[in-house]
Write a protein that binds this ligand. Structure first.
Ligand SMILES: [Zn+2]
Length: 149
């Protein structure tokens, strides 16, 4: 990933993104989803007489990963901005990464939002942050719903 970071702003966005995965508790939530998926897969398998628990776990794990990636991009941009970095133009980092590694940003098995959707969202986030900075409003992410406890 660091090969694609051509300046400090890029690095700040990557670190912000990874930090957001942690602060938004995505790993923990993924495990819950995987466990629920395994349970559902196991129940279906028991009824059908085949072992589908692993398949269920995979489905469960993937269920919210795009949502988590989007949230990590969004919250991560705020971390970078609050640390004093310019986040406008940061979509270029992901663009460069996508060209070289279209398979994914994270470990195998993780799905992430389509690159076009991701770039658009990042640009919207950068504009949202800039509007808050210029108007003097607090530079804090907007959450549609409070984060789960
Ligand atoms: Zn991520």
């Amino acid at each position: 990933m660091l090969r694609f970071a051509s300046h400090d702003e890029d690095l700040a966005m990557v670190i912000g993104h990874e930090l957001a995965h942690n602060t938004q508790r995505h790993i923990e939530k993924s495990r819950v989803n995987a466990a629920a998926g395994a349970l559902i897969g196991g129940l279906i398998g028991a009824l059908a007489g085949i072992n589908t628990a692993d398949l269920g776990a995979q489905i469960g794990r993937g269920a919210f990963s795009q949502e988590f990636e989007s949230e990590a991009d969004y919250v991560g941009a705020y971390y970078a901005a609050r640390a004093g970095f310019e986040v406008r133009g940061s979509a270029d980092l992901w663009r460069r990464f996508a060209v070289r590694n279209p398979g994914g940003i994270h470990l195998a098995g993780s799905t992430h939002p389509s690159t076009a959707v991701r770039f658009l969202a990042l640009e919207q986030t950068a504009a949202e942050i800039a509007a808050k900075q210029t108007s003097g409003r607090p530079v804090l992410p907007e959450f549609k719903a409070p984060p789960a406890p």
